[in-house]
Design a protein around this ligand. Structure first.
Ligand code: HEM
Length: 226
């Protein structure tokens, strides 16, 4: 016999699913800015990472090239919603106490290791069950810190005169752009791993992020009514 168990609070599910299209729009409009002009190069010294002509036909095909004004308008419009949604998510996890399940603790490193070994079929015994395993705790806390990093570095390159002190703290305007760029690459990597893990965990887990509940086997005492 199966029973439904509450897993994700309503607020968390809303923040999560609102964040997805917002982040997609931020990355899309960011790419429009990056591919607008060679001046938006990111590199070290003379070496440029992702030069303008890198995979140019693909960018043309995606209609991403040379649309600076549109890219900036979209980026600077959506960023407010991305920031507000992220800040509300963090505030909610703090006030509800959910952060205790999300933030890594002393046992998380070991738990993450046991999870990876079990996932790779190198260890038969699964790690002790908890809402978020150690690897998820590191990943989910990391992605929140990256969101914060995007806001801080974004602010530094959005208003470098007003926030000159922030640029200075980040090592200067080019460094702020460098971090802003690499955090975005981090999102893409996180996304690939996250979606692969969700697909691997199965429908029951995915559905719980939509409806809030997960199906579990009821203990024998509940089935027999003992
Ligand atoms: C197609 C896209 C996505 C799918 C299908 C998806 C699915 C899920 C699912 C099923 C969970 C629950 C995991 C569990 O309980 O074991 C989850 C949690 C989470 N996801 Fe995603 N996700 C997507 C995109 C994203 C993106 C773009 C981000 C952020 C960049 C993100 C960040 C998170 C975080 C931080 C949690 C933990 C939420 C909490 O409980 O506080 N997800 N996701």
């Amino acid at each position: 016999m199966k029973k439904l168990e509450k897993k994700h609070p309503l607020a968390i599910r809303w923040f999560h699913w609102i964040n997805f299209p917002l982040l997609a729009l931020m990355i899309w409009s960011g790419a429009m800015i990056y591919w607008a002009n060679a001046v938006y190069r990111v590199g070290v010294g003379k070496h440029q990472l992702l030069p303008m002509n890198f995979a140019q036909p693909t960018w043309n095909e995606l209609h991403l090239s040379y649309r600076l004004a549109e890219g900036m308008a979209l980026h600077f419009f959506v960023m407010w919603f991305f920031a507000i949604n992220g800040l509300l998510y963090v505030a909610y996890t703090l006030f509800s106490g959910e952060w205790r399940l999300l933030v890594p603790n002393r046992a998380s490193f070991r738990h993450a290791l046991l999870t990876v070994l079990h996932d790779q079929h190198l260890r038969r015994e699964p790690p002790p069950p908890q809402k978020f395993n150690g690897a998820q705790q590191f990943a989910y806390t990391g992605i929140v810190l990256m969101g914060f990093g995007s806001l801080v570095t974004g602010l530094a390159i959005y208003k470098p005169v007003q926030f000159a002190w922030l640029d200075a703290l980040l090592g200067g305007y080019p460094m702020a752009r460098f971090f802003h760029f690499w955090i975005t690459i981090g999102y893409l990597l996180f996304f690939l791993v996250h979606v692969a893990q969700v697909a691997r965990a199965g429908w029951n887990n995915f559905r719980s992020m939509v409806i809030g509940y997960e199906l579990h086997d009821a203990p024998p005492s509940e089935v027999t009514g003992d």
